[in-house]
Ligand binder design. Structure first.
Ligand SMILES: *Cc1c(COP(=O)(O)O)cnc(C)c1O
Length: 364
């Protein structure tokens, strides 16, 4: 359809989370509107993998840098500018640094990014983004939890630094807007929200969003929350910290979640649950999303679907219930994992015959 102003299908242009939801955000009135037009992401109904649930996917990989972190970064950087910060700093499993680097470039602030070099490190696409945006990328000889402790100490000693991890309350303010959108897109809150949990900021932000939207009369009820953790990095399920978290889902390879207290309270209030899913289950969901739904997310995001399946098996989520799984990040973030989980490419000479011979047997 032609994008003609006032034509069929014309709508007011999306303005980014700060302008769209300003009245809901606890952002100082004189904070500037920082935006890459984040938010406004699709809610896509499932066609094959719902197993009897009325399942929808919130496609957060459609944000400007390919993850939900952009919602929080827009608000955090806006507040940082208002407060007179001279640079941004964060620790990251990759997506926070990609997002911080983009908003830093946008506003002209320098960004200092500490990412773990240990344990397989960070997915390639995320490193490429941080470098392309011109940030200072520091590979830290340790895991995420150690990198976060270090940048928290740095920020405490430097009043001119804005720490943009999810311990910054403005990050959660921005991220809660995804819950508003889910309610707007469904017409009400779902029965369940399934979401991957790493540092535990996002699950807390969604809960805050649902509660505020209901209080404002924009939803009639609250959802239950299912927080999915990777088995090898599941402190909220096990009830103790993990010194050496390990999982293929690098975005949630976190052993000491900084927002554990908020997430525990949210899940308790919501009558929800934290569940651990194995790497094998995560990769099964990852493949199913791509091959059966046409949705390419990163492995951590697929933990939401793996978690929903596990909750169905446990009788928690029942037939016909309306469920939203949050697909937190884009599959292009981790191209090496995508290739490793797929059939290899075929080879042919540039002839019709040879290329035809590459069809599956029944179509040749
Ligand atoms: C950051 C991130 C998570 C985890 O979110 P938390 O707020 O740290 O719990 C999950 N998936 C992706 C893709 C992420 O980038």
């Amino acid at each position: 359809m032609a994008n003609v102003p006032g034509g069929a299908g014309a709508r007011a242009a999306w303005r980014g989370v700060v302008q769209e939801y300003r009245s809901f955000l606890s952002l100082p009135a004189d904070a500037p509107d920082v935006t890459l037009l984040e938010g406004g992401t699709p809610l896509v109904p499932a066609v094959r993998v719902g197993r009897g649930a009325d399942l929808h996917f919130k496609i957060e990989g459609s944000n400007p840098t390919g993850s939900f972190k952009d919602r929080g970064m827009a608000v955090a950087v806006s507040a940082a500018l208002q407060a007179g910060a001279r640079f941004l700093v964060c620790a990251s499993t990759g997506n926070t640094s990609a997002s911080a680097a983009a908003y830093a470039a946008r506003t002209g602030l320098p960004a200092l990014l500490a990412v773990p070099a240990a344990g397989g490190g960070v997915a390639k696409g995320k490193l490429a983004q941080a470098l392309a945006f011109g940030a200072r990328l520091v590979l830290v000889d340790g895991n995420f939890d150690e990198a976060l402790a270090a940048v928290r100490a740095l920020a405490a000693a430097r009043p001119d630094a804005a720490l943009v991890n999810s311990v910054n309350p403005m990050r959660l303010e921005g991220q809660k807007t995804a819950a508003f959108e889910v309610c707007d897109q469904l017409g009400d809150a779902p029965d369940w929200l399934c979401i991957p949990v790493g540092n535990a900021g996002n699950v807390s932000a969604y809960w805050r969003g649902f509660c505020e939207y209901r209080r404002a009369g924009c939803a009639t009820h609250l959802p239950r929350l299912l927080g999915a953790q990777a088995e090898g990095a599941s402190p909220l399920v096990a009830g103790h910290e993990f010194e050496r978290p390990e999982t293929v889902a690098t975005a949630i390879r976190i052993g000491k979640p900084a927002n554990a207290h908020l997430a525990r309270a949210a899940v308790a209030e919501a009558g929800g649950r934290f569940l651990a899913v194995s790497d094998a289950d995560i990769l099964r969901a990852y493949r199913a999303l791509a091959r059966e739904e046409g949705l390419f997310c990163e492995p951590a995001s697929a933990a939401s679907l793996a978690g929903m399946w596990a909750a169905q098996d446990a009788g928690l989520i029942r037939e016909g219930q309306r469920v939203v799984c949050v697909l937190t990040g884009n599959g292009l973030k981790d191209p090496e994992r995508a290739v490793a989980e797929s059939d290899p490419a075929l080879h042919a000479q540039p002839t019709a015959e040879e290329i035809t011979a590459c069809l599956p047997m029944e179509l040749r």
